[in-house]
Write a protein that binds this ligand. Structure first.
Ligand code: PLP
Length: 632
């Protein structure tokens, strides 16, 4: 590779830009097809790393930087890894390209010594992706930036917060008995699930999966590989996370609304329709047996996941909303009478307010509300004052969808039961972020939705204590839920069939089982710890942006970062983020009472899951800083 030199013997910028663009064109899709070496562009971290590396090895001479870049604006946080370079600083891992005014004094071959064999049709060739574990190599001059096998991208940075984070993540891996990484070669990383053995045919026959020799192309869950928690690899299990939105890689920060689905879930549902599809429970033929087995195996998985005492305590419903309505009508309508009191919290989603309000209005019941403090935390003393012998049911969420507050659920259940009240716990926002053990929590019912835990839409779970469920009236009636029907008398099944009238959502229940397998194999506690640190990381950076008001600042939070940005409407912020491929929710999040309590009608609400990375967070933060530069 050769370039012209200028009068000072330094290489010509136009030539260098040309060479760089040839190089970048050959890269896989996520790289920009065009980079610019002009001061005003902020192209790609790869370009930054080239320049940083050359600078640090003395292979680039610095020439007078553009004045606008010499004066790092106050708009950027101080922990930027490039803030000391005299070029425009940036956020987190995404250093500004900062390539302006830098003349190369070396051949690019020496920058990419092992990365020269590009094949444009094969994304596995080319130089290492810094974000991909196992694709770095020791001779790579970027190795100080690239991931070592055990590190997430941000872990190579040096701020004290990030070293803390690194230690914490190392402890996630050791705490859960995860061994040092197996090196995945790029082909493996493409094809296999993060933690799974790459054997498409080795399935558990009990779960109606294909067995060796049947020739199915199903690539399902088989066995945990000893691999550290690595969100970058986990991301690869979710096909939609490779989508581009507005030309940018999709960053999915709308997890509180719904989560994305791993390939294992998508494949499991397809497998059901290709090999098992039948109605369940009522036929002598092979496919009915396969479908019934798979459906009941999914129930068993939910039972184990929640640590319920019996599969009879697991009722498949459409989602959390249907579960709550079921309890309100089947239990509430038959057991409550005028003057009785229902207690809900101020944090509730509309799904846990409206059914109770309707019931209260219909039957002359009193609806009482547990207040929260200005951080969005339950006021336990006030809660205690609401409880009395008239309190018949307390219904509250374990995690607030609008603020992320984690409520002291176990304590609140105890307090309610001490006055003889029943408790319904809304687990819609908790089950995907923390261990939910129904025996330990001891709530009488718990509901959640499959689609918020990486499973399909249209399926969810009502857990209920077995005796209680069997005491309750059916919700809907028809086939499947009866033992015997005459025109004189109808005998109902016991739970769970008692509450599963008609043909249920068989395929999606099985898909939910696959989602639970996925989460279980990664480990819900490891997920919780990783997300906790990711949330801390994001919160810290968000708070540094002038004009950001965080809505919901509880000490104990999960996943959610609600905020307003001064000078912008929430929709404007959402649209600006969308332009960068970042999906967040804006609006009232079906939780108007709590937002009004905190003085707002709507918020911008990013919500995190375990496939999000600090790089996603960095991009999000960077976009907000860009907005702040325009309008203060
Ligand atoms: N409860 C909470 C806390 C939620 O966040 C939601 C949905 O956002 C629901 C209940 C209702 O869930 P679904 O719409 O899946 O029934």
């Amino acid at each position: 590779m050769s370039t012209n030199t200028n009068n000072n013997g330094l290489y010509d910028v136009a030539d260098l830009q040309h060479i760089a663009n040839e190089l970048f064109k050959a890269l896989p899709n996520e790289f920009p097809k065009e980079i610019s070496l002009s001061p005003d562009h902020n192209d790609h971290p790869k370009a930054t790393k080239v320049v940083e590396t050359l600078l640090s090895t003395g292979n680039l001479a610095e020439f007078t930087p553009n004045t606008s870049l010499q004066n790092p604006t106050t708009a950027y946080p101080s922990h930027s890894p490039v803030s000391g370079l005299g070029v425009s600083p940036s956020v987190g891992n995404y250093a500004n390209t900062g390539v302006a005014g830098l003349y190369p004094v070396t051949d690019l071959d020496t920058v990419f010594p092992n990365d020269k064999n590009f094949n444009i049709n094969n994304p596995n060739t080319g130089f290492s992706d810094v974000n991909l574990k196992g694709s770095s190599n020791d001779n790579n001059p970027f190795s100080s930036f690239a991931l070592n096998d055990n590190y997430l991208p941000f872990q190579t940075q040096s701020s004290s917060f990030e070293s803390e984070l690194r230690e914490a993540l190392a402890s996630v891996n050791t705490a859960f008995g995860i061994q040092p990484a197996l090196t995945l070669n790029p082909a493996e990383a493409q094809n296999s699930y993060y933690f799974l053995e790459n054997n498409p045919f080795a399935f558990d026959k009990k779960n109606s999966f294909p067995t060796a020799g049947k020739g199915s192309s199903f690539h399902g869950i088989h066995q945990l590989k000893s691999t550290p928690f690595d969100a970058n690899l986990i991301k690869k299990d979710f096909p939609i996370l490779s989508e581009k939105v507005n030309g940018k890689p999709l960053i999915w920060f709308d997890n509180a609304a719904t989560t994305q689905k791993p390939k294992s879930v998508i494949d499991r549902i397809a497998y059901f329709y290709e090999h098992e599809n039948s109605n369940i429970h009522r036929a002598a033929h092979e496919l009915a047996a396969r479908a019934s087995d798979a459906y009941e195996a999914a129930r068993e998985k939910v039972k184990t996941f929640l640590n319920a005492g019996s599969i009879n305590e697991i009722v498949f419903v459409r989602g959390a909303t249907e579960g709550i309505n079921l309890v309100a009508q089947s239990w509430g309508d038959n057991n409550l009478s005028a003057g009785d009191e229902i207690v809900v919290s101020n944090l509730e989603h509309h799904a846990n307010i409206v059914p109770w309000k309707r019931l209260a209005d219909k039957k002359g019941l009193k609806l009482r509300v547990i207040p929260v403090d200005d951080d969005g935390q339950i006021l336990l003393d006030e809660y205690a004052k609401l409880l009395n012998s008239k309190t018949k049911i307390v219904a509250f969420t374990q995690v607030s969808n609008a603020l992320g507050t984690v409520t002291p659920a176990k304590k609140m259940v105890e307090m309610a039961q001490a006055v003889g009240a029943k408790v319904l716990l809304d687990g819609a926002q908790s089950v995907s972020h923390m261990k939910v053990d129904v025996q330990d929590l001891n709530a009488d019912w718990l509901v959640f939705s499959g689609h918020k835990i990486f499973g399909p839409t249209g399926i969810g779970v009502l857990y209920g204590k077995e005796d209680l469920l069997n005491d309750m009236q059916p919700y809907q009636s028809g086939g499947n839920m009866i033992q015997d029907v005459t025109f004189e008398e109808i005998k109902y099944h016991k739970a769970p069939n008692r509450f599963e009238a008609g043909t249920g959502n068989i395929a999606d229940a099985i898909g939910l089982g696959a989602a639970i397998d996925y989460v279980t194999k990664i480990g819900i506690n490891a997920i919780g710890q990783y997300e906790h640190y990711l949330l801390e990381y994001a919160t810290k950076l968000l708070k540094e942006i002038p004009g950001v008001r965080l809505i919901g600042t509880a000490a104990n939070k999960a996943s959610v970062l609600s905020f307003n940005l001064q000078g912008y409407s929430n929709d404007e912020v959402g649209q600006a983020l969308n332009k960068e491929g970042i999906a967040v929710r804006t609006g009232h999040h079906c939780a108007q009472p709590i937002l009004r309590r905190l003085g707002v009608e709507t918020t911008v609400r990013p919500s995190l899951a375990f496939y999000n990375t600090t790089q996603d967070v960095d991009k999000f933060i960077e976009t907000l800083w860009e907005l702040k530069k325009v309008r203060f």
